[in-house]
Design a protein around this ligand. Structure first.
Ligand SMILES: NC(=O)c1ccc[n+]([C@@H]2O[C@H](COP(=O)([O-])OP(=O)(O)OC[C@H]3O[C@@H](n4cnc5c(N)ncnc54)[C@H](O)[C@@H]3O)[C@@H](O)[C@H]2O)c1
Ligand SMILES: O=C(O)C(=O)C[C@H](O)[C@H](O)CO
Length: 259
């Protein structure tokens, strides 16, 4: 029986957080480090990851910053190999990297559609495949947390979010989450997703400036997500507290998807 005090403890765990150099990924990485995990931070711009790595080290944990395009199989393999060389094992993967392209559906360029799909869906698949392979071989289970979006659960009016490829990609991430949860349950690899509503970050800045009032009218709590409000949920899905939770999509959206 795990004592309540230890339910959220991540001591001795190693977590890879894609897109961990800024925004929500940075918040999740720091949250995991605060709970005792060592972290691998990867994104295309390694400088951002290096900065967050310094913050992690200041918390007394180890950090490995790496450059990686999650849509490139070779890059993904290198991240997993270097993580294993440095730490010996991987317990948690957070597929947080994401890209978007805002334009009316009828104008969506095909190359932008492919880019969004490659980063969000192919990237999540490649990372899950490479880390899942290690977790299965190791035989000690694991956790995969996919960062989806409310845009993958419900349709969005264009005056809220006009990003058809992004919404489709997040729906695919939710299906992938549920399918891998069932397929890998026999290895005790728990696969869950978080569906955030709107949080101010680099990705959402323009949308919030342009559509913020409309978004807030559709949000029962009447505000955007704030710093720190995703961290606890991400810790929950990586910790002993959620050991009987898999295939779940946890909305963190101020109630926007229930009204
Ligand atoms: N901010 C929001 O309101 C919101 C809402 C719902 C979901 N999300 C999701 O949260 C996640 C984090 O987004 P954010 O809001 O922090 O925005 P952000 O733009 O600050 O972060 C996105 C991260 O993904 C990384 N990235 C992009 N393409 C990549 C690639 N090909 N390979 C590796 N890394 C890549 C970027 O370097 C960056 O670190 C995304 O998946 C996003 O879709 C955000
Ligand atoms: O997923 C969400 O709810 C977002 O906030 C997405 C981004 O802000 C949007 O797609 C940017 O173009």
């Amino acid at each position: 029986m795990v004592h309540a005090r230890d339910l959220f403890d991540l001591t001795g765990k190693v977590a890879i957080i894609t897109g961990g150099g800024r925004g929500l990924g940075r918040e999740i990485a720091l949250g995991y480090a605060e709970m005792g995990a060592d972290v691998v931070l990867c994104s295309r711009r390694v400088e951002n990851c290096e900065q967050v790595a310094e913050e992690v080290r200041a918390l007394g944990r180890k950090a490995l910053p790496l450059a990686c395009n999650v849509a490139e199989p070779e890059n993904v393999r290198r991240v997993v190999d270097e993580s294993l060389r440095t730490f010996g094992h991987i317990d948690i993967l957070v597929n947080n990297s994401g890209a978007s392209w805002g334009t009316p559906a009828v104008d969506m360029p095909l190359d932008a559609w492919h880019k969004v799909m490659e980063t969000n869906v192919t990237g999540t698949f490649l990372m899950s495949q490479a880390v899942g392979r290690h977790m299965i071989e190791r035989g000690q289970g694991g956790r995969i947390v996919n960062i989806a979006s409310v845009a993958g659960l419900v349709g969005s009016p264009p005056e809220v979010l006009d990003a058809v490829g992004y919404s489709a990609s997040k729906g695919a991430i939710i299906s992938l989450t549920r399918d891998l949860a069932v397929k890998w349950a026999r290895y005790n690899i728990l696969v869950n997703a978080i569906a955030p509503g709107f949080f101010p970050t680099k990705m959402s800045r323009v949308i919030l400036e342009r559509n913020g009032d409309t978004i807030l009218r559709g949000t029962p709590l009447g505000r955007f997500g704030e710093e720190g409000e995703l961290k606890g949920v991400a810790i929950f899905l990586a910790s002993p507290a959620s050991s009987y939770v898999t295939g779940h999509v946890l909305t963190v959206d101020g109630g926007s998807t229930v009204m």
